[in-house]
Design a protein around this ligand. Structure first.
Ligand code: ADP
Length: 595
């Protein structure tokens, strides 16, 4: 209860008021009492020490016929001097030997008069007055003085009951009390108002801080607390608002970074998986799940997943830079390069595995190696032939002219083959580096096919093939005519080449929608199913010995595909071994042409 600022403030204010008024009451009461005492003492001193006429009159009274009556009369005559009011202050004339009451301003009180210390002092020594007895809280003030006259010694005794001062004090105290009640009431009201002024913004700040602590503002809700004054609380509130804004901005930045990292984690092609020190799976992104062949929810422990790549203990023990292990392994037919490293802020919390699929890289390396091997092999065969025939020509000087001529023919043919290979390789490398000039224009496809048909007809007849052409007319295409002609000639040459004598080769062309389709169909030897996926690879040949003999380089279809794809078209090959092959070239009619 007392921990509330409001209650504390009210209590302090109340105590302050009570304390102030209590001190005031004490001082006022003390002041009033002292004033009365001083006034009494002053009056007594003046009358019985300084006023010689009064003292003389008293002494004369003590020598009169009836001294008590004479003294009473003198004292009554000097009531003003002595402050006698016959109520609180009275005078009494006493016998100096016995202290018996003889006369006085109040006979009744005189009869019941007690022998106070002052009276007793004068009774003991009749020669001098007793000291004035006036003390705070004594209940009365009195003074006794011996008066010696011709008829004996009498005691003049003045006694003040102090009632007026006590009455004044009690009135003052009641005023103080009333002030206290009003003051306390006002203090309560004022301190409530004041404490409300202080605590309301503090409560608002507390609510803001609670909202902040519960993370509400991270979801976009405003945390700002209204600043309603420019005092210390106002400064505190605006500082709080600044802090909340800064914190919100920082949290938003952190959140956005976290989102970015989360998105990266989800969509990165490399797999990332983490495990605890004990090998339990912590996290795995979809790529890691795919590469490791298991979903995170049922991912086994590290030992089962990657234990064969590197034991958990070995990774955890990595303490010298570079703190990671690079290993390769096979998973589900894919080659993975795995980097394993321990992580943790203080000590090691677990291990992180980054999985990189290097299957394609391996395949490309393999293709590159094979390519270099193929190129060397393809060039070495004609070179060897050229060399051996040239050496024979040089060595055997007496060769019959027909033999020498046929040797020269072989050298020429082999040189031509080498030339073709180098030409095709150059074309391919130009495709690879995009360094080809394309001459794009709209041209009649039907006319192009007719001229190819006419040109190939002789070759077909030589091989006793039936070569037919059926073409939708007119049929226009936009592209590089010369290169598209090269594609069709290559495909058609293959059809004639790989069809045994007396076969049938059909060329047809038509347009469906925006696509022109050129189909070359033969009933030749066909392509085995397992070779079909590789048929567009460079230097790929089904029957290497046979096709080489027939003059093929194994690059024709690769070049054809590059050209068709540069025209945004598709070249497709379907074949049944022993039954024949169909090559379909689909090209957009109004394509932007080769790019
Ligand atoms: P090549 O110059 O050796 O003919 P290509 O790239 O044109 O090279 O063809 C690749 C391989 O595809 C050929 O070696 C051949 O084995 C096969 N091939 C292509 N077309 C046909 C076809 N119409 N019939 C049978 N096999 C074919």
């Amino acid at each position: 209860m007392l921990r509330s600022l409001r209650v504390r403030l009210v209590t302090v204010m109340m105590l302050l008021i009570i304390l102030m008024l209590a001190v005031m009451g004490v001082f006022l009461a003390g002041g009033v009492a002292t004033h009365h005492i001083n006034a009494f003492a002053g009056q007594m001193e003046e009358a019985f020490t300084l006023r010689l006429d009064f003292i003389g009159a008293l002494r004369a009274g003590a020598g009169a016929d009836d001294p008590p009556a004479a003294l009473k009369e003198i004292l009554t005559g000097h009531s003003a001097l002595l402050g006698i009011d016959n109520l609180q202050r009275n005078f009494y004339i006493l016998d100096a030997k016995t202290g018996a009451f003889l006369a006085g301003s109040d006979e009744q009180k005189g009869a019941a008069l007690e022998l106070t210390p002052s009276i007793l002092t004068v009774l003991a020594d009749n020669t001098k007055p007793a000291p004035i007895d006036a003390r705070i809280g004594a209940g009365y003030m009195d003074f006794a003085a011996p008066i010696e006259g011709a008829r004996g010694v009498y005691i003049v005794y003045i006694k003040d009951t102090n009632e007026s001062s006590q009455e004044l004090i009690s009135q003052l105290l009641s005023v103080v009390f009333e002030t206290l009640v009003v003051g306390v009431a006002m203090a309560i009201v004022l301190s409530l108002v004041l404490s409300k002024a202080i605590t309301t913004p503090l409560e608002r700040l507390t609510r803001g801080a609670r909202r902040m602590a519960s993370g509400t503002f991270a979801e976009g809700a405003a945390v700002a607390v209204a600043v309603e004054s420019d005092d210390e609380i106002g400064v505190l509130t605006s500082t709080f608002n600044d802090m909340a804004r800064e914190l919100q901005r920082t949290l938003e930045e952190v959140g956005s970074e976290r989102d970015k990292l989360g998105t990266l984690f989800l969509h990165m092609t490399d797999g990332v998986a983490s495990f605890t020190r004990d090998g339990a799976p912590l996290q795995a992104n979809p790529s890691a799940e795919r590469m490791l062949g298991c979903h995170f929810s049922d991912m086994p422990r590290y030992d089962e997943v990657l234990g064969d790549v590197a034991p958990l203990a070995e990774v955890l023990a990595l303490c010298e830079e570079p703190r990671f292990l690079l290993k390769e392994c096979e998973r589900g037919g894919r080659r993975l390069l795995i980097s394993l490293a321990p992580f943790g802020r203080e000590g090691i919390d677990g291990i992180m595995a980054v999985l990189h699929d290097v299957t394609e890289q391996h395949r490309l390396d393999e293709v590159r190696r094979e390519f270099v091997l193929n190129v060397s092999h393809e060039l070495r065969t004609p070179l060897t032939n050229i060399r051996s025939y040239a050496e024979t020509l040089l060595d055997a000087k007496d060769l019959p002219p027909e033999t020498a001529s046929s040797f020269t023919q072989v050298i020429l043919r082999e040189a031509e083959r080498m030339n073709n290979i180098v030409r095709d390789l150059l074309s391919l490398s130009r495709f690879d580096y995009g360094k080809l000039d394309w001459h794009v224009a709209s041209f009649p496809l039907d006319e192009m096919l007719q001229s190819i048909h006419a040109a190939m007809l002789l070759e077909a007849e030589r091989m006793r093939h039936e070569l037919t052409l059926s073409c939708q007319s007119p049929l226009f295409l936009t592209g590089d005519r010369a290169r598209l002609e090269q594609v069709v000639v290559n495909v058609l040459t293959n059809a004639l080449k790989y069809t045994p004598a007396g076969g049938r080769v059909e060329v047809s062309a038509s347009q469906t929608g925006d696509t022109a389709r050129i189909v070359v169909r033969d009933n030749g030897i066909g392509i085995p199913k397992e070779d079909l996926p590789h048929i567009f690879e460079r230097f790929y040949r089904v029957d290497k010995a046979r096709t080489r003999h027939s003059g093929g380089t194994g690059l024709g279809l690769s070049i054809a595909r590059e050209i068709v794809e540069a025209h945004h078209g598709v070249i497709d090959i379907s074949s049944v071994s022993g039954e024949g092959t169909t090559v379909t070239i689909s090209l957009p009619v109004e394509g932007e042409g080769a790019s």
